[in-house]
Design a protein around this ligand. Structure first.
Ligand SMILES: [Fe+2]
Ligand SMILES: [Fe+2]
Length: 474
């Protein structure tokens, strides 16, 4: 028998939990099978300079060393327990936080955990091929780091399923390894996780926009009255920060490189910019529009009785719930949501409990708006007059009040015909994707070298120089 405590760093007393060990004996080999099938292509023998969490202490959660990814020690970590923690919102507010699953919420809670868990392997699948076209060893290492940590996030959710949901939980844990991103018969649960991530600009946009949705969902679940879920999500958030860093700096470096080339060569026209082998700002804006809009859909319907139930039951809170100053019950509060009436977008107040998806989406929009203005600064500093903007939240939406409407990025309500005429002014066209991919036909694998279309980062990983050998191919 495998000694799981040694193989799986954990702070859940795995060595003494027979039930959990038995569940993992089946699941762990199946997980590795999934990794070999769906993890990064051709990466099995690479030595990758990775960060591994071996404990939740400040000096334990970021241990750097060369690791072969199939041998990565996917651990199970929960933030340490606060004995005094309570349910902080909803009808159970003030009760001690639950250490076990409340019977009446069992299936709801399982659904929440499965939906979160499903996104983790999905993104690994979406990014499977990108290692073959990396712009540098630094970036290759970063995508692998994101991939193994998404693998660990899957472990985190599977731990909860195995530990607290018995046989149903074990079945759900297996199903998490069976669904496939983009598969017609057995797709991943949420739309954005079935979209392809065909190139590195899409990858950085994904980690900026979609991993940040992950952050907001985790923040809302970190408020949960079900304490093991809260503690699990709190630890996952420490890792999520790096994913968003990879996305924000990745896009920023692409913008920077484009601006440098535009200035050096005194060109502005997108076709002249492309002729110089960098990505024109217009195309970057289209990618931004796409990833922003599909990610906004992940928050669900603007008005949702499910969202109200999750909150009232104490299962899923708001962003920074305990920092908010209100009654945390929300029976008498209202919140503004938008809808399309005729040719106008109007807002109306609805019961705040039903608008919690919209509220989380709005909190998210505040944060991505800050990120976009940091990208804008790069353009401004280069003295180039181009404005990068967030599209209107109704643009290109498939879920909620805007679904079925044709909204421009500026927020005008259009006819389908008028919208379609501009579709590829606003979203990447097949030709745009083709161009971006033409820049990424092979990988840049020499230490310290970067592809022409991206600027080097400011510094390396863990204080190493930029020409450090972040990946050894063997
Ligand atoms: Fe994740
Ligand atoms: Fe992530």
């Amino acid at each position: 028998m495998i000694n799981y405590t040694e193989k799986i760093p954990n702070n859940v007393d795995l060595g003494r939990d027979r039930v959990l060990q038995r569940a993992l004996e089946h699941w762990q080999p199946a997980f590795l099978g999934w990794w070999f099938d769906m993890g990064p292509t051709e990466s099995r023998n690479y030595d990758v300079y990775l960060r591994t969490a071996i404990s939740v202490e400040p000096d334990g959660w970021a241990q750097f060393d060369y690791v072969k990814m199939p041998e990565y020690r996917w651990g199970i970590f929960l933030q340490p327990r606060d004995e005094k923690r309570q349910v902080n919102f909803g009808t159970h507010k003030g009760q001690p936080a639950w250490q076990d699953v409340p019977g009446e919420y069992r299936s709801t809670l399982r659904r929440i955990i499965v939906t979160q868990g499903d996104t983790e392997p999905a993104s690994v699948e979406q990014q499977k091929m990108l290692g073959l076209s990396c712009p540098s060893l630094y970036d290759l290492r970063n995508i692998f780091q994101v991939n193994v940590e998404e693998g660990r996030h899957l472990w985190a959710m599977v731990y909860l399923l195995h530990r607290y949901f018995g046989r149903d939980g074990r079945e759900e844990a297996e199903a998490l390894l069976a669904r496939r991103s983009g598969d017609t018969d057995n797709p991943r649960i949420l739309g954005a996780f079935n979209e392809p991530t065909p190139d590195w600009l899409a990858f950085y946009m994904f980690t900026f926009f979609t991993d940040r949705d992950g952050k907001f969902q985790l923040c809302a679940l970190a408020e949960s009255g079900f304490d093991p879920l809260s503690r699990t999500c709190r630890f996952m958030l420490t890792e999520e920060a790096h994913h968003m860093f990879v996305g924000e700096t990745g896009v920023s470096r692409i913008i920077q490189r484009t601006c440098e080339v535009m200035k050096e060569n005194k060109v502005e026209d997108p076709s002249d910019v492309r002729a110089l082998g960098v990505i024109d700002l217009q195309t970057i804006q289209k990618y931004l529009n796409f990833h922003c809009s599909v990610t906004l859909d992940l928050y669900g319907s603007d008005v949702s009785s499910n969202a109200a139930n999750y909150f009232t039951s104490g299962l899923k809170g708001r962003f920074r719930e305990t920092k908010l100053e209100d009654d945390h019950v929300l029976i008498d509060s209202h919140y503004a949501v938008s809808e399309v009436v005729g040719e106008k977008i109007v807002t109306k107040d609805v019961p705040a409990l039903t608008a919690l998806n919209e509220r989380l989406r709005d909190d998210y929009i505040d944060e991505i708006a800050d990120g976009v203005s940091r990208w804008q600064r790069v353009i401004d500093q280069a003295g180039i007059s181009f404005r990068l903007t967030l599209p209107h939240k109704g643009f290109h939406r498939a879920i909620g009040n805007f679904a079925g409407h044709f909204i421009s990025p500026e927020g005008e309500v259009l006819t389908e015909e008028a919208w379609k005429k501009h579709e590829f002014d606003w979203l990447p066209s097949p030709k745009d994707y083709e161009y971006v991919q033409s820049l990424m036909s092979g990988r840049v694998a020499e230490p310290g070298k970067f592809a022409n279309w991206i600027a080097p980062p400011l510094r390396g990983i863990n204080n190493n120089p930029l020409d450090f050998e972040y990946v050894r191919f063997n």
